[in-house]
Design a protein around this ligand. Structure first.
Ligand code: NAD
Ligand code: ZN
Length: 250
Protein backbone atom coordinates (compact mmCIF):
# COMPACT_ATOMS: atom_id res chain seq x y z
CA UNK A 1 0.00 0.00 0.00
CA UNK A 2 1.36 3.35 -0.99
CA UNK A 3 0.91 6.32 1.27
CA UNK A 4 -1.06 9.36 0.16
CA UNK A 5 2.15 11.34 -0.41
CA UNK A 6 3.60 8.58 -2.58
CA UNK A 7 0.46 8.52 -4.73
CA UNK A 8 0.61 12.30 -5.17
CA UNK A 9 4.28 12.03 -6.14
CA UNK A 10 3.52 9.28 -8.68
CA UNK A 11 0.58 11.19 -10.15
CA UNK A 12 2.72 14.32 -10.57
CA UNK A 13 5.44 12.30 -12.32
CA UNK A 14 2.91 10.68 -14.67
CA UNK A 15 1.52 14.10 -15.62
CA UNK A 16 5.01 15.45 -16.28
CA UNK A 17 6.01 12.38 -18.31
CA UNK A 18 2.81 12.26 -20.37
CA UNK A 19 2.63 13.75 -23.86
CA UNK A 20 -1.14 14.12 -23.89
CA UNK A 21 -3.17 14.22 -20.67
CA UNK A 22 -6.97 14.44 -20.73
CA UNK A 23 -9.34 14.84 -17.76
CA UNK A 24 -12.84 13.43 -17.39
CA UNK A 25 -14.83 15.14 -14.65
CA UNK A 26 -18.17 14.36 -12.99
CA UNK A 27 -20.47 15.96 -10.46
CA UNK A 28 -17.99 15.19 -7.63
CA UNK A 29 -15.55 17.92 -8.69
CA UNK A 30 -18.24 20.56 -8.07
CA UNK A 31 -19.36 19.25 -4.65
CA UNK A 32 -16.89 21.57 -2.92
CA UNK A 33 -18.45 24.44 -4.88
CA UNK A 34 -21.75 23.73 -3.13
CA UNK A 35 -23.39 21.79 -5.97
CA UNK A 36 -24.49 18.34 -4.78
CA UNK A 37 -24.22 15.17 -6.85
CA UNK A 38 -27.27 13.18 -7.92
CA UNK A 39 -26.72 10.54 -5.30
CA UNK A 40 -25.07 12.55 -2.51
CA UNK A 41 -26.98 13.79 0.51
CA UNK A 42 -28.48 17.27 0.52
CA UNK A 43 -28.93 17.65 -3.22
CA UNK A 44 -32.06 18.89 -4.88
CA UNK A 45 -32.27 15.41 -6.38
CA UNK A 46 -33.60 14.24 -3.01
CA UNK A 47 -36.63 16.41 -3.63
CA UNK A 48 -36.95 15.83 -7.35
CA UNK A 49 -36.28 12.55 -9.11
CA UNK A 50 -34.19 13.74 -12.09
CA UNK A 51 -35.54 11.01 -14.37
CA UNK A 52 -39.03 12.22 -13.56
CA UNK A 53 -38.44 15.99 -13.84
CA UNK A 54 -35.50 16.27 -16.24
CA UNK A 55 -36.83 14.01 -18.98
CA UNK A 56 -37.41 15.48 -22.42
CA UNK A 57 -40.86 13.88 -22.64
CA UNK A 58 -41.85 15.42 -19.30
CA UNK A 59 -40.53 18.81 -20.36
CA UNK A 60 -42.70 18.65 -23.48
CA UNK A 61 -45.84 17.45 -21.70
CA UNK A 62 -45.54 19.55 -18.54
CA UNK A 63 -43.01 22.40 -18.84
CA UNK A 64 -44.23 24.15 -15.68
CA UNK A 65 -43.29 21.11 -13.62
CA UNK A 66 -39.92 20.47 -15.32
CA UNK A 67 -39.02 24.11 -14.77
CA UNK A 68 -39.45 23.77 -10.98
CA UNK A 69 -36.28 21.64 -11.09
CA UNK A 70 -34.48 23.68 -13.79
CA UNK A 71 -35.07 26.91 -11.86
CA UNK A 72 -33.56 25.47 -8.65
CA UNK A 73 -30.65 23.99 -10.63
CA UNK A 74 -29.90 27.29 -12.31
CA UNK A 75 -30.12 29.15 -8.99
CA UNK A 76 -27.84 26.61 -7.25
CA UNK A 77 -25.32 26.62 -10.09
CA UNK A 78 -25.21 30.41 -10.27
CA UNK A 79 -24.25 30.57 -6.58
CA UNK A 80 -21.39 28.08 -7.11
CA UNK A 81 -17.85 29.29 -7.70
CA UNK A 82 -14.87 27.28 -8.97
CA UNK A 83 -13.05 25.46 -6.16
CA UNK A 84 -9.31 24.62 -5.99
CA UNK A 85 -9.89 21.46 -8.09
CA UNK A 86 -11.24 23.45 -11.04
CA UNK A 87 -8.44 25.98 -10.58
CA UNK A 88 -5.73 23.28 -10.50
CA UNK A 89 -6.96 21.82 -13.81
CA UNK A 90 -6.97 25.29 -15.40
CA UNK A 91 -3.37 25.81 -14.19
CA UNK A 92 -2.26 22.45 -15.60
CA UNK A 93 -3.71 23.48 -18.97
CA UNK A 94 -1.88 26.83 -18.74
CA UNK A 95 1.36 24.97 -18.07
CA UNK A 96 0.80 22.88 -21.21
CA UNK A 97 0.26 19.74 -19.13
CA UNK A 98 -3.46 19.12 -19.82
CA UNK A 99 -4.90 19.20 -23.31
CA UNK A 100 -8.65 19.00 -22.69
CA UNK A 101 -11.33 18.42 -20.06
CA UNK A 102 -14.32 16.24 -20.92
CA UNK A 103 -16.92 17.24 -18.35
CA UNK A 104 -20.26 15.65 -17.55
CA UNK A 105 -21.14 18.75 -15.53
CA UNK A 106 -23.50 21.42 -16.73
CA UNK A 107 -22.32 24.18 -14.37
CA UNK A 108 -19.73 26.15 -16.39
CA UNK A 109 -17.27 26.03 -13.46
CA UNK A 110 -14.31 24.78 -15.52
CA UNK A 111 -14.65 27.77 -17.84
CA UNK A 112 -15.15 30.10 -14.84
CA UNK A 113 -11.85 28.78 -13.44
CA UNK A 114 -10.09 29.66 -16.69
CA UNK A 115 -10.00 26.33 -18.54
CA UNK A 116 -10.10 26.99 -22.27
CA UNK A 117 -10.56 23.61 -23.88
CA UNK A 118 -13.65 22.05 -22.30
CA UNK A 119 -15.92 19.51 -23.97
CA UNK A 120 -19.37 19.82 -22.41
CA UNK A 121 -20.55 16.27 -22.79
CA UNK A 122 -23.93 16.98 -21.23
CA UNK A 123 -24.32 20.60 -22.31
CA UNK A 124 -24.65 23.66 -20.11
CA UNK A 125 -27.61 24.65 -17.95
CA UNK A 126 -26.80 28.36 -18.11
CA UNK A 127 -27.56 28.52 -21.84
CA UNK A 128 -31.22 28.42 -22.80
CA UNK A 129 -32.88 27.95 -26.16
CA UNK A 130 -36.42 28.23 -27.52
CA UNK A 131 -38.12 24.90 -28.20
CA UNK A 132 -40.06 26.50 -31.10
CA UNK A 133 -37.66 28.77 -33.01
CA UNK A 134 -34.28 27.78 -31.55
CA UNK A 135 -33.32 31.33 -30.45
CA UNK A 136 -30.60 31.27 -27.81
CA UNK A 137 -30.56 33.16 -24.50
CA UNK A 138 -28.31 33.29 -21.43
CA UNK A 139 -30.03 32.23 -18.21
CA UNK A 140 -28.67 35.45 -16.68
CA UNK A 141 -30.75 37.61 -19.04
CA UNK A 142 -34.03 35.75 -18.41
CA UNK A 143 -36.34 36.27 -15.42
CA UNK A 144 -37.40 33.04 -13.74
CA UNK A 145 -40.08 34.70 -11.61
CA UNK A 146 -42.64 33.05 -13.83
CA UNK A 147 -41.99 29.58 -15.16
CA UNK A 148 -41.67 28.26 -17.74
CA UNK A 149 -39.78 31.24 -19.22
CA UNK A 150 -40.90 32.12 -22.75
CA UNK A 151 -39.17 33.27 -25.92
CA UNK A 152 -40.14 36.44 -27.78
CA UNK A 153 -42.05 34.08 -30.12
CA UNK A 154 -43.96 32.66 -27.11
CA UNK A 155 -42.22 29.26 -27.37
CA UNK A 156 -41.06 27.59 -24.13
CA UNK A 157 -37.35 27.95 -23.30
CA UNK A 158 -35.25 24.98 -22.23
CA UNK A 159 -31.77 24.64 -20.72
CA UNK A 160 -29.20 23.43 -23.25
CA UNK A 161 -28.30 20.48 -21.03
CA UNK A 162 -28.72 16.92 -22.23
CA UNK A 163 -31.95 15.70 -20.59
CA UNK A 164 -32.91 12.13 -19.84
CA UNK A 165 -34.19 10.59 -23.06
CA UNK A 166 -31.84 12.70 -25.22
CA UNK A 167 -28.69 11.76 -27.10
CA UNK A 168 -25.22 13.21 -26.48
CA UNK A 169 -24.51 16.02 -28.98
CA UNK A 170 -22.69 14.45 -31.95
CA UNK A 171 -19.69 16.80 -32.10
CA UNK A 172 -19.02 16.46 -28.37
CA UNK A 173 -19.21 12.69 -28.60
CA UNK A 174 -16.82 12.51 -31.55
CA UNK A 175 -14.38 14.97 -29.96
CA UNK A 176 -14.43 13.12 -26.63
CA UNK A 177 -13.83 9.75 -28.26
CA UNK A 178 -10.91 11.23 -30.17
CA UNK A 179 -9.46 12.69 -26.98
CA UNK A 180 -9.88 9.34 -25.20
CA UNK A 181 -8.28 7.42 -28.07
CA UNK A 182 -5.27 9.69 -28.41
CA UNK A 183 -4.36 10.51 -24.80
CA UNK A 184 -1.65 8.63 -22.97
CA UNK A 185 -2.95 9.64 -19.52
CA UNK A 186 -6.51 10.22 -18.33
CA UNK A 187 -7.45 11.81 -15.01
CA UNK A 188 -10.89 10.54 -13.92
CA UNK A 189 -12.24 12.88 -11.26
CA UNK A 190 -15.44 12.76 -9.19
CA UNK A 191 -17.58 10.46 -11.30
CA UNK A 192 -19.40 7.27 -10.36
CA UNK A 193 -18.80 6.21 -13.98
CA UNK A 194 -22.32 4.86 -14.24
CA UNK A 195 -23.74 7.27 -16.83
CA UNK A 196 -23.08 6.11 -20.39
CA UNK A 197 -21.50 6.87 -22.79
CA UNK A 198 -19.31 9.20 -20.69
CA UNK A 199 -18.29 6.28 -18.50
CA UNK A 200 -16.80 4.44 -21.46
CA UNK A 201 -14.21 7.18 -22.16
CA UNK A 202 -11.70 5.84 -19.58
CA UNK A 203 -12.20 2.33 -21.01
CA UNK A 204 -11.46 3.60 -24.52
CA UNK A 205 -8.38 5.41 -23.20
CA UNK A 206 -7.13 2.33 -21.33
CA UNK A 207 -7.71 0.07 -24.35
CA UNK A 208 -5.53 2.43 -26.36
CA UNK A 209 -2.74 2.14 -23.84
CA UNK A 210 -3.35 5.23 -21.70
CA UNK A 211 -2.73 5.20 -17.95
CA UNK A 212 -5.64 6.08 -15.70
CA UNK A 213 -5.42 8.14 -12.52
CA UNK A 214 -8.65 8.26 -10.56
CA UNK A 215 -9.49 10.77 -7.83
CA UNK A 216 -12.60 10.11 -5.74
CA UNK A 217 -13.46 9.76 -2.03
CA UNK A 218 -15.20 6.49 -2.95
CA UNK A 219 -14.39 3.68 -5.35
CA UNK A 220 -16.30 3.83 -8.63
CA UNK A 221 -17.35 1.38 -11.31
CA UNK A 222 -14.01 2.10 -13.03
CA UNK A 223 -11.60 1.93 -10.11
CA UNK A 224 -10.55 -1.55 -11.21
CA UNK A 225 -8.87 -0.13 -14.33
CA UNK A 226 -7.09 2.73 -12.52
CA UNK A 227 -3.29 2.54 -12.44
CA UNK A 228 -3.35 5.01 -9.57
CA UNK A 229 -6.42 5.51 -7.36
CA UNK A 230 -6.19 8.46 -4.99
CA UNK A 231 -8.93 8.29 -2.40
CA UNK A 232 -9.92 11.81 -1.44
CA UNK A 233 -11.79 14.97 -2.29
CA UNK A 234 -10.73 16.54 -5.53
CA UNK A 235 -10.00 20.06 -4.18
CA UNK A 236 -7.29 18.79 -1.84
CA UNK A 237 -5.93 16.04 -4.08
CA UNK A 238 -5.63 18.20 -7.21
CA UNK A 239 -4.08 21.08 -5.24
CA UNK A 240 -1.51 18.65 -3.82
CA UNK A 241 -0.77 17.22 -7.28
CA UNK A 242 -0.39 20.72 -8.75
CA UNK A 243 1.97 21.74 -5.93
CA UNK A 244 4.09 18.65 -6.53
CA UNK A 245 4.17 19.27 -10.29
CA UNK A 246 5.25 22.89 -9.72
CA UNK A 247 7.92 21.75 -7.26
CA UNK A 248 9.32 19.28 -9.81
CA UNK A 249 9.27 21.83 -12.64
CA UNK A 250 11.16 24.20 -10.31
P1 NAD B 1 -22.62 11.20 -9.69
O1 NAD B 1 -23.50 12.03 -8.86
O2 NAD B 1 -23.13 9.94 -10.22
O3 NAD B 1 -21.25 10.85 -8.91
C1 NAD B 1 -20.52 11.77 -8.25
C2 NAD B 1 -19.18 11.17 -7.81
O4 NAD B 1 -18.47 12.20 -7.14
C3 NAD B 1 -19.26 9.99 -6.83
O5 NAD B 1 -18.41 8.96 -7.32
C4 NAD B 1 -18.72 10.55 -5.53
O6 NAD B 1 -18.00 9.58 -4.77
C5 NAD B 1 -17.80 11.63 -6.03
N1 NAD B 1 -17.53 12.73 -5.09
C6 NAD B 1 -18.29 13.17 -4.07
N2 NAD B 1 -17.67 14.21 -3.45
C7 NAD B 1 -16.50 14.41 -4.11
C8 NAD B 1 -15.42 15.32 -3.94
N3 NAD B 1 -15.43 16.25 -2.98
N4 NAD B 1 -14.37 15.23 -4.80
C9 NAD B 1 -14.34 14.27 -5.76
N5 NAD B 1 -15.34 13.40 -5.97
C10 NAD B 1 -16.40 13.46 -5.14
O7 NAD B 1 -22.14 12.11 -10.81
P2 NAD B 1 -21.75 11.75 -12.26
O8 NAD B 1 -21.10 10.41 -12.28
O9 NAD B 1 -21.05 12.93 -12.74
O10 NAD B 1 -23.11 11.55 -13.08
C11 NAD B 1 -24.32 12.12 -12.85
C12 NAD B 1 -24.79 13.07 -13.93
O11 NAD B 1 -25.41 14.16 -13.26
C13 NAD B 1 -23.72 13.71 -14.75
O12 NAD B 1 -24.03 13.46 -16.06
C14 NAD B 1 -23.83 15.21 -14.54
O13 NAD B 1 -24.06 15.84 -15.78
C15 NAD B 1 -25.07 15.42 -13.75
N6 NAD B 1 -24.88 16.36 -12.65
C16 NAD B 1 -24.15 17.51 -12.85
C17 NAD B 1 -23.93 18.38 -11.81
C18 NAD B 1 -23.11 19.64 -12.07
O14 NAD B 1 -23.12 20.14 -13.20
N7 NAD B 1 -22.36 20.14 -11.09
C19 NAD B 1 -24.43 18.10 -10.54
C20 NAD B 1 -25.19 16.92 -10.35
C21 NAD B 1 -25.40 16.05 -11.43
ZN1 ZN C 1 -38.74 31.30 -30.05
Amino acid sequence: MSTYDELIERAASEILNSKNTVALTGAGISVESGIATFRGAGGLWEKYDPEEYAHIAKLRSNPERAWILFKEMIETIRKGEPNPAHVALAKLEDMGLLSVIITQNVDNLHQDAGSKHVIEFHGNTLNLSCMECGKKYLASEISLDEIPPLCACNGVLRPDAVLFGEAIPFDELVESRKAAETCDLMLVIGTTALVQPAASMPLIAAENGAKIIEINPEESALTYIADIFIKGRSARVLSDILRKVEEKVG
